[in-house]
Design a protein around this ligand. Sequence first.
Ligand SMILES: C[S@@+](CC[C@H](N)C(=O)[O-])C[C@H]1O[C@@H](n2cnc3c(N)ncnc32)[C@H](O)[C@@H]1O
Length: 232
Amino acid sequence: MDTQENVYTAGRAGHIRSFVLRQGRVSNAQQRYFDDMMEKIGVPYVAAPHDLDTVFGRKAPKILEIGFGMGETSAAIAAANPQNDYLGVEVHTPGVGSLCKLVAEGGLSNLRIVQHDAVEVLRDMILPGILSGAHIFFADPWPKARHHKRRLIQPPLIALLASRLQPGGYIHCATDWENYAEQMLAVLSAEPLLENTAVDYAPRPDYRPLTKFEQRGLRLGHGVWDLVFRRK
Ligand SMILES: C[S@@+](CC[C@H](N)C(=O)[O-])C[C@H]1O[C@@H](n2cnc3c(N)ncnc32)[C@H](O)[C@@H]1O
């Protein structure tokens, strides 16, 4: 039997998880910033809708990011756009510690973190029709065909996410995996609440910085695909 299958198939979450909780080493700095900052900018997962204006202490456009990794892009976007509030969701502790450090060093007041499965955060904590945008950058590609069911960008998640957007709100996905880009385009195009802002793939919006990893890939001739859809 595939033991991975036991971890994922429905299980306690009631849905197939899009991530593996790797242990991963947490550096001393990440742990220190995690301990210090999560008290201030961490939003504990609770299965109850949250008023995000209260969470951030102001009325401002709210943008959700799913799976921020080590958080470099999230911190850069939040720093460059102080007029918006950013809610980053990530399960991986070293990444949460890393973004805590970047928020502290950058003195960012417009970023909060939920360390939990983003599917449950969206379903349980985010009220319908309130998000101005959602970022999903370089979601795990799950390259093996038998793992495709774990990919985040699937019709139920996109229907849920679209329901949380306000009219005109956007979903921005980026991937360097062509076959996943095709799946994203098909899934996003099939969601009745959404319309594409481009004919198919979109030019990279200026607010999304090129990551080091991406620059290297582009130099090697690898592609990156951005998709930007809006709620009708
Ligand atoms: C390949 S990494 C990309 C990280 C980052 N966005 C970047 O561009 O470098 C994907 C991240 O998504 C996170 N992730 C996957 N599924 C998730 C979920 N359901 N909820 C929260 N985070 C998730 C993983 O832990 C991982 O850190």
